[in-house]
Design a protein around this ligand. Structure first.
Ligand code: IVH
Length: 678
């Protein structure tokens, strides 16, 4: 029994690490809770094996080394989870058994990452992650980039009616809406990076980034769900949230006061339907006792308050059989295990394949071919295997062996430091990497050469006609026409498409080269900065890292790309073919500011004035030196000249701040007609 307990502890610790540190959970919360409950039961039955460091004594931690650690004034507890209305009923009966009939508030359980904000005299002074519940990471600079978080509160301080306390903490959830999540993952996949598994991991990962300018572009959002503090000037939780809304916090409208289990049940059912149309992820509801004094009477256990409970919506999962595992090699050389499943209907679609991420995950799940496996689809794009039904394991099953050599070219696989994935290092001679790079090169956002699907590329490669992207420019109609399913007309179209691609602007050519981590936007900034390939190829890492969007990792990748002699040869041949390696007159990142005259005044926190000026031009706008009747915006920083401000006000010119400006140029949203700063 001791062995079983130790094994469960180890398993849970590994899952905690995956969840809190790597932001890449491999089992669902429900499965985690089941394992934890199993361990708690065994520990209770065998107290002689107790261990103060058992996962049952901890709630996990998201602490990382890079941020200052701050102790929470009041611990950040977690919620007891329930998975059925029956269990919610048990909670209601327990509460009412202790304190009599009470009022409840039912709220959404946002699926993001918890944050505690401290305000002093109406100003945001600190934002701290939950960490281990006792202390968390100071991520203030990153949180300041989130628009839904007020930096200065609206209205007056207490004792004004409904005013904010001079010092208080408010807690809530940082989330990444689906739209931002999808945009981020598309960018990551374009750049050959692993997509985030779900919006929760993406939100948590973004909050821990070192560069708050990158965080600002991630489209994070926030909902607040509770004031923390002793002696708050409110009688109920509801009242406190309504007041917080008035101070400028984003508080959900989807909350309801309920007076019985029946009302709670009805609201839960209503939300379970409605939540499918929400633009952000929710994984359940939270039911809280409304009265703050009753909350105090009910108190808390070491881990969770006794006045609240979470009801988790059922994750959409299905049981099916694992038929086989394929190891596919992508254009970056990453080897991904892909499960072939017996087709099963999940969340309305037939699922035949599921991601298994990497070797660690296969080992953790101990999944074998022939196993009955649970497949889940949460906020994720690709379904994943979350567990194995061991009771149904066929007797002869054997563990899945992760290949040691590339399944496509036989090269020995490598695993880079800090990477969970295996890579085939044989970049220039591994067939799927070559054809993957060619497919990327011809794709719509790159060189936009039509008629060259993966299959045709594969055929041309197999015929020895296409070994790298430069070979495209020597293809002849007679080479292509005889291939199966092609013919004269298709061949003509392909050759014409290749010929026309020499007009594709430099920024897209740069993206098309498929340099690791260089996505579409990064390529545009690089093109705007260096204006030509020779200057880019000659740049050192330091100069590269000065470019918007380029960090140290990308800089290394660019340098390595240009140092590779085979890449140099390909570029020479592309140049000979007439591909654009110089930027045209003006490189635009977007035209979101087209026709807009903008005046910059004051000093800014995240960017220098020159950087802002460059951004205006790159997005199609014009820098103006003085406010005039035709000025469209005044971009105002700190210590803005009072004369400029007065003139803008007089002329009714909208005044926008740095954050708002960055949102406009990064989200490429419609331009507001009203400034929101003053
Ligand atoms: S109240 C004392 N309300 O769920 C517990 N939590 O384990 C206070 N969460 O990480 C939490 N939506 O960040 C509360 N409406 C809501 C919530 C919520 C999401 C998260 C919270 C925490 C986890 C609870």
């Amino acid at each position: 029994m001791e062995k079983k307990i130790r094994q469960l502890r180890q398993e849970l610790k590994a899952h905690n690490h995956k969840y809190y540190i790597e932001n890449a959970p491999e089992i669902s919360d429900a499965q985690f809770d089941r394992l934890l409950a199993e361990l708690a039961e065994l520990e209770a039955a065998h107290p002689q094996f107790d261990d103060p460091n058992s996962p049952t004594h901890r709630v996990g931690s998201d602490l990382s080394n890079a941020f200052e650690t701050v102790k929470h004034r009041l611990p950040m507890l977690s919620l007891a989870n329930t998975y059925s209305i029956g269990e919610v009923g048990e909670f209601v009966r327990r509460v009412e058994g202790e304190v009599g009939e009470v009022e409840y508030v039912c709220e959404l359980k946002f699926d993001g990452t918890a944050i505690s904000l401290r305000y002093s005299r109406g100003e945001l002074v600190r934002a701290v992650t939950r960490g281990d519940g006792v202390q968390g990471d100071d991520v203030t600079e990153n949180v300041k980039t989130i628009h839904a978080v007020p930096l200065r509160l609206a209205g007056e301080g207490f004792p004004a009616k409904g005013g904010w306390p001079a010092e208080f903490e408010i807690r809530g959830e940082i989330i990444m809406p689906f739209a931002a999540f999808e945009r981020l993952n598309t960018e990551r996949m374009d750049a050959g990076e692993m997509p985030f598994a779900n919006p929760r991991n993406a939100a948590a990962g973004s909050l821990k980034l070192q560069d708050s300018r990158v965080v600002a572009r991630r489209g994070l959002d926030n909902f607040m769900y509770g004031l923390a503090g002793e002696n708050l000037p409110f009688a109920t939780h509801w009242e406190s949230l309504e007041a917080a809304r008035g101070w400028g916090f984003q508080v959900s409208n989807l909350m309801r006061r309920c007076y019985s289990l029946e009302e709670i049940e009805a609201y839960v059912a209503e939300i379970d339907e409605l939540r499918r149309g929400l633009p952000y992820a929710t994984d359940g509801m939270v039911i809280k006792v409304n009265s703050l004094s009753v909350q105090k009477r009910l108190g808390a256990t070491a881990k969770s308050p006794r006045w609240a409970v979470a009801y988790k919506f059922a994750a959409e999962s299905a049981l099916t059989r694992l038929l086989s595992v394929e190891f596919s090699v992508g254009r970056t050389g990453a080897v991904t295990p892909v499960a072939n499943l017996e087709p099963v209907v999940l969340a309305g679609t037939v699922v035949k394949r599921a991601s298994m991420h990497n070797a660690d995950q296969i080992a953790l799940l101990d999944v074998r071919v022939g196993d009955a496996v649970w497949v889940e689809k949460g906020g994720e794009i690709i379904p994943k295997i979350t567990g194995v039904e061991l009771s149904e394991r066929p007797a002869e099953s054997k563990p899945i062996e992760f290949p040691t050599v590339c399944p496509a070219c036989g090269a020995e696989l490598v695993r880079y430091e800090g990477e969970a994935r295996h890579f085939c290092p044989n970049q220039n001679h591994c067939p799927p990497q070559i054809t993957g790079r060619i497919a990327h090169f011809v794709s719509r956002k790159a060189m936009d050469i039509e008629g060259l699907g993966e299959e045709t590329i594969g055929l041309l490669y197999a015929q020895g006609l296409l070994d790298d992207v430069a070979d495209l420019y020597s293809l002849q109609i007679d080479d292509i026409a005889p291939l199966p399913r092609l013919g004269e007309k298709s061949a003509e179209n392909i050759v014409e498409g290749v010929r026309a691609s020499v007009e594709v602007p430099f920024a897209r050519v740069l993206y098309a080269l498929g340099i690791r981590f260089v996505g579409e936007t990064t390529a545009k900034y690089l093109a705007a900065h260096f204006r030509g390939l020779d200057a880019l190829a000659a740049a050192g890492e330091e100069e590269l890292a000065q470019v918007e969007e380029v960090g140290a990792k990308i800089a290394v990748s660019i340098r390595e790309y240009f140092e590779n002699t085979e890449n140099q040869g390909i570029i020479e041949r592309l140049k000979e073919a007439g591909v654009q390696f110089e930027a045209a007159e003006r490189v635009l990142v977007s035209d979101v500011l087209a026709g807009k005259n903008i005046v910059i005044s004051g000093s800014f926190e995240g960017h220098s004035r020159d950087e802002l000026k460059e951004m205006i031009e790159l997005n199609g706008g014009k820098n103006q030196s003085a406010v005039a009747a035709n000025t469209d915006y005044l971009l105002a920083g700190k210590k803005i000249g009072p004369a400029k401000l007065a003139k803008a006000r007089k002329l009714g010119v909208p005044i926008i701040g740095e954050e708002e400006f960055i949102t406009i140029v990064t989200k490429k949203d419609k331009i507001p007609t009203q400034g929101t700063l003053f």
